[in-house]
Write a protein that binds this ligand. Structure first.
Ligand SMILES: Nc1ncnc2c1ncn2[C@@H]1O[C@H](COP(=O)(O)OP(=O)(O)OP(=O)(O)O)[C@@H](O)[C@H]1O
Length: 591
């Protein structure tokens, strides 16, 4: 890559020439051992536009954006910003060039205020006092971000945190903003708000580059779309010229599997029964706050129970309680008729619980271990089953059948289309979506009775998403019970036999997946509706792309919990704000 030049300015150098692009990447190639992540990529991004990058898992999108943000160096190729060729050796170089990046995992300190988080590391710009506060207010007003500088980050929801990250980048002078899968964690209303923010940024002449797997959203907000496949640009399209289906075909290079209609498989045999689950956690100020407040439900064999909720309303803690990773104050949990309320996590897994964790880096993978070792993680005492061999030696869990672990890791890589140079590479070197596919493959390998699936397709491309949905449906047909937690409302609606909404530690609403819309669910998720969500005929439907088919079987609604728990408020609009301080899991949460 050539070094920084003082060459041309960002303006059109001669009359009649097209203005310099905000970003121009030419011939970018990046190799990792055994894989070419980017191969001779060319992209031009015009100033004042929103530009989407789409592509299947492992296509090379994140690598390209990391190169643009100075986190990685290309082996070949040049980067020009506003017409100037630049050398970006670090994010500091990128920031100095007016490039900001909002990562998928936010990088904010929970116990600091918005102001402190924003100023941290950039004190030289506006100091740490009133000038900084004034600047934050100006930026927040100019781009309608609605940010208050003195709020503690731990008191903010996901969408607000994302806005703080955007503000942080703007505060450092970003004119080009990179967003990595920004809508993955947002409910529909929040996505709309984010897109309004992006349009505002664009109107002020900023340039936005974003990665997304949600093709309907891409088409609604982007001015231009670049499709990357196997490290190379395969198409540059304008949204008005394409459909989600065409885009998906460009991405994966073949037609998407069409969503099939299916019959209900719900039985009347309870598999997971949860009753009166209460959990409290220590508050930073010394008190205790309620995190789970009287949770109760039953999932039968062959049934998928979907739980909707804005992140931070207790879903993570509910999963941890069922997995034995935290200690509830009260409550009963039975699996297949056995009381497992006090059983250790390992026992629960051995009893047949598969677990796709929300945070794959913390709970799903040993990032620095090879892929085949990750096959064993959580399954050291596994018994033989129909899919894979036993990995543990009975009675001696520390002695593992390593050859079998390797063979089974190979099988998962093949069956789940995990794109990797091999099973010897570390889990860290896989792209996010491929890590997820590997975890799903592993957890489905041991014929679980119950699958706890937290965001099972987060970050996976539309092709792999359809495949994972199919795997879950097939297993469900064979009697698998599933607790599905997802921020993807189309996924929740499409896969679930019944739906519950979690809000401030309680299951406050239920809905029929055959009729409810994402918007209706989204509204209950913000506390605006409780009880049984009656479908409004005139409510707008959600995006239809890549949406799993709904179950048309008649047993669903009959089998679904008829109503919210008896103690759930029927009118959250009146109820919700009142129990703020002591009953809000977002306060002092574990994010
Ligand atoms: N640090 C690394 N070491 C080795 N290989 C890597 C590294 N980072 C990325 N790769 C490989 O480069 C390829 C592209 O990965 P990248 O993360 O850019 O894909 P992506 O398009 O962002 O995928 P996803 O949609 O799954 O996030 C993958 O094969 C990945 O395994």
């Amino acid at each position: 890559m050539s070094s920084e030049s003082s060459g041309s300015s960002g303006e059109p150098s001669e009359a009649g020439q097209e203005p310099a692009a905000a970003v121009e990447l030419r011939g970018i190639t990046k190799r990792f051992p055994g894989v070419v992540a980017n191969r001779d990529i060319d992209i031009r991004v015009d100033r004042g536009t929103v530009h989407a990058l789409v592509g299947e898992n492992g296509a090379g999108k994140s690598t390209l954006m990391k190169i643009l943000y100075g986190m990685q160096r290309p082996d070949e190729g040049t980067i020009s910003i506003d017409g100037d060729e630049v050398a970006l050796h670090s994010p500091a170089d990128a920031i100095a060039r007016g490039i900001g990046m909002v990562h998928q995992h936010f990088m904010l300190a929970d116990n600091l205020t918005v102001l402190e988080n924003t100023v941290l590391g950039a004190e030289r710009l506006y100091g740490i006092g009133s000038r900084a506060r004034k600047k934050i207010k100006e930026l927040s007003d100019a781009y309608q971000l609605g940010i208050r500088p003195d709020v503690l980050v731990e008191d903010l929801g996901v969408a607000d945190r994302q806005r703080v990250e955007i503000l942080k980048a703007l505060y450092r002078g970003a004119r080009i903003l990179i967003l990595d899968e920004p809508t993955a964690v947002l409910v529909p209303q929040e996505v709309d708000a984010l897109f309004a923010n992006l349009r505002e940024l664009k109107a002020e002449g900023l340039t936005v580059l974003f990665i997304s797997h949600k093709l309907g959203e891409v088409l609604s907000v982007a001015d231009a779309i670049t499709v990357i496949r196997r490290g190379t640009t395969v198409a540059s399209v304008r949204p008005e010229e394409t459909t989600p289906k065409q885009l998906a075909e460009l991405m994966v290079g073949s037609e998407l599997p069409s969503a099939e209609t299916r019959e209900s498989t719900v039985t009347d045999t309870p598999m997971l029964h949860v009753e009166g689950l209460h959990l409290s956690a220590a508050d930073p100020d010394g008190g205790r706050r309620t995190v789970l407040d009287g949770i109760g439900f039953t999932i039968h064999k062959g049934e998928v129970l979907g739980v909707a909720g804005v992140e931070g309303n207790g879903q993570a803690e509910l999963v941890e309680a069922i997995m034995g990773m935290c200690d509830p104050d009260d409550g009963l949990i039975t699996l297949d008729g056995q009381d497992i309320s006090h059983a250790p996590t390992r026992h629960r897994r051995e009893s047949g619980i598969g677990y796709i964790p929300e945070d794959r880096h913390r709970h799903g993978l040993l990032l620095e271990a090879p892929l085949w070792e990750n096959r064993i993680l959580g399954h050291v005492t596994e018994k033989p089953n129909s899919k894979g061999p036993a990995l543990g030696i009975p009675g001696a869990p520390q002695l593992l059948a390593l050859g079998q672990a390797r063979a089974d890791a190979e099988r998962i890589v093949g069956e789940y289309d995990v794109r990797t140079p091999g099973i010897e590479v570390t889990a860290a070197s896989l792209s996010g979506g491929n890590q997820q596919k590997f975890i799903v493959g592993r957890e489905m390998s041991h014929d679980p009775k119950l699958l706890i699936a937290a965001h099972p397709t987060r970050g996976v491309d539309v092709g792999a998403q359809a495949q994972i949905w199919d795997q879950i449906r097939t297993a469900r047909r064979e009697g698998l019970a599933v607790l599905l937690i997802s921020a993807d409302l189309d996924e929740l609606i499409g896969l679930s036999d019944c739906l519950r909404v979690m809000y401030r530690g309680r299951l406050v609403a239920d809905a029929d997946p055959a009729t409810v819309t994402p918007e209706e669910l989204g509204s209950a998720m913000t506390g605006a509706a409780t009880g049984h969500l009656e479908h409004q005929e005139d409510a707008a439907g959600g995006p239809e792309d890549a949406r799993p088919s709904r179950d048309t079987g008649g047993a669903d609604s009959a089998d679904a919990p008829a109503s919210a728990p008896a103690d759930a408020p029927r009118n959250a609009a009146a109820d919700a704000p009142q129990n703020d301080s002591e009953n809000d899991p977002e306060r002092g949460g574990d994010k």
